[in-house]
Write a protein that binds this ligand. Structure first.
Ligand code: SF4
Ligand code: SF4
Length: 421
């Protein structure tokens, strides 16, 4: 019998013991900076999570509220000198709460939605089609004006462009094949940002890659893990490992920072699964964010130009979870006529954080407003970033502030700079 013991639903005592309560993470935590409360800081949350794990406190509504307010942006993890794996601790704490008797109704409902809609391609396609109609008929504009719910409605992703529906072989380069790669198409991304996938495929082919999208791939499971449904996350991880390793490619390319971070951590997620442990390790080494992959290739410096002043928003799961900050900038700086202007705190969370903008709209909007002020100070007309959630949130920010401008993925700008695209 293979050992498929479920992941522990409490954080390990060794992970929790790593926090020495130095407080060096506090000023990097968006919710602490916003509220000034210790209980909304990484150190405070770790204290609560340790007490929960040791049975000293109960998961009361108050305690759960402090967990709910955490963006899981992992900014604290990136600056922690003790290497506290905050993301893993929070995921396991949430899993413990979700599995327990005191799990809030809203958590169980969210979990059902993520499991039965987001992780099911057919159900998601129907949901996306209805959502698309909601945007096109003008109903969305009306709902956004309703006091009380309008602000929350504004933060929902728009699904306006042409969806990305292709699978199988997507592109072959003109000349020699430098790498054979597989693209993660993901769950919401093909419906909300199909154009980013099309740009990614063109750029990869332009750089000598044969690109395929294995048809049986599934959602990466990041949203499920972040919301405490580790069993569904593990199930999705196993299916993706089978599909992508079966494709025999040189790399698995991800243009969504949140998905990339989760997939690079499949080895950790499946560490207790003796059947998948080794495959998960192999798989995780194949996963590359599009920007790191292109820089490592290296990519061809584009001969065209993009006349624009651009500011770059570091997606939390690229900068803090994957620790990739220079590759996207290297790509942007390679584009002639493009002026890159750094905003204040480009790695500060924009308030998107998966479903956070919908579940915690007040904090999400506070962070978004701060981000839009930083963007506005740069006078940039284009905001580039690396994650669909951030793209959607920043688009909401432009609409909320009636600001002109455009939000794009970094790879879209590179695509525009290649001639004959
Ligand atoms: S999480 Fe890290 S930085 Fe924050 S208080 Fe604990 S040890 Fe210090
Ligand atoms: S993950 Fe982000 S919001 Fe949560 S405690 Fe860490 S820095 Fe604060």
């Amino acid at each position: 019998m293979p050992d498929t013991s479920p992941i522990p639903i409490v954080p390990s005592s060794s992970d929790l013991a790593q926090c020495v309560r130095c407080g060096l993470c506090l000023q990097s935590c968006p919710t602490y900076v916003q509220t000034g409360l210790e209980t909304e800081s990484p150190r405070g949350r770790l204290y609560l999570m340790k007490a929960l794990a040791e049975g000293e406190i109960e998961p009361t509504a108050n305690v759960i509220g402090h967990m709910d307010q955490c963006l899981q942006c992992r900014n604290c993890e990136a600056v922690c000198p003790s290497g506290v794996p905050f993301g893993r601790i929070m995921e396991r704490t949430r899993a413990g709460i979700l599995e327990g008797n005191s799990s809030p109704f809203s958590w169980r409902l969210r979990s059902l939605f993520l499991r039965h809609v987001i992780a099911q391609p057919k159900a998601l396609s129907i949901f996306a089609a209805v959502f698309r109609l909601y945007g096109r008929t003008g109903l969305r504009t009306l709902v956004e004006r309703i006091p009380g719910i309008g602000e929350r409605a504004l933060l929902a992703p728009t699904m306006e462009g042409r969806p990305f529906t292709k699978s199988g072989l997507l592109a072959r380069p003109d000349g020699e094949v430098r790498q054979r790669v597989a693209l993660l198409t993901g769950c919401i991304m093909p419906h909300a940002f199909g154009r980013v996938h099309r740009a990614t495929v063109r750029v990869l082919a332009r750089n000598g890659c044969e690109v395929e999208a294995p048809p049986d791939q599934v959602c990466c499971g990041a949203l499920h893990a972040h919301n405490g449904d580790l069993n569904t996350a593990m199930d999705l991880a196993r299916r993706n490992i089978d599909v992508f390793l079966g494709a025999g490619v040189d790399a698995v390319i991800v243009n969504s920072a949140g998905c990339g971070a989760a997939m690079k951590e499949y080895d950790e997620l499946l560490a207790g699964d003796s059947e998948y442990r080794d495959a998960a390790k192999r798989f995780s080494t194949l996963v590359k964010d599009i920007s790191e992959f292109l820089v490592d290739l290296p990519f061809k410096v584009p001969s065209g130009q993009v006349q624009a002043t651009v500011t770059y928003q570091d997606s939390c799961h690229l900068a803090h979870a994957q620790r990739i900050t220079s590759a996207p900038r290297e790509i942007l700086r390679s584009i002639a006529s493009l002026t890159l202007v750094e905003m204040d705190r480009p790695d500060g969370c924009c308030g998107s954080a998966g479903v956070y903008s919908l579940t915690q709209p007040k904090m999400s909007i506070e962070l978004l407003d701060e981000k839009m002020r930083a963007v506005s100070d740069t006078k940039a007309s284009v905001i580039a970033t690396s994650n669909p959630g951030c793209m959607s949130q920043l688009e909401s920010g432009l609409r909320r502030h009636g600001a002109p401008g455009e939000v794009v993925h970094v790879v879209e700008l590179l695509d525009r700079a290649y001639p004959d695209r």
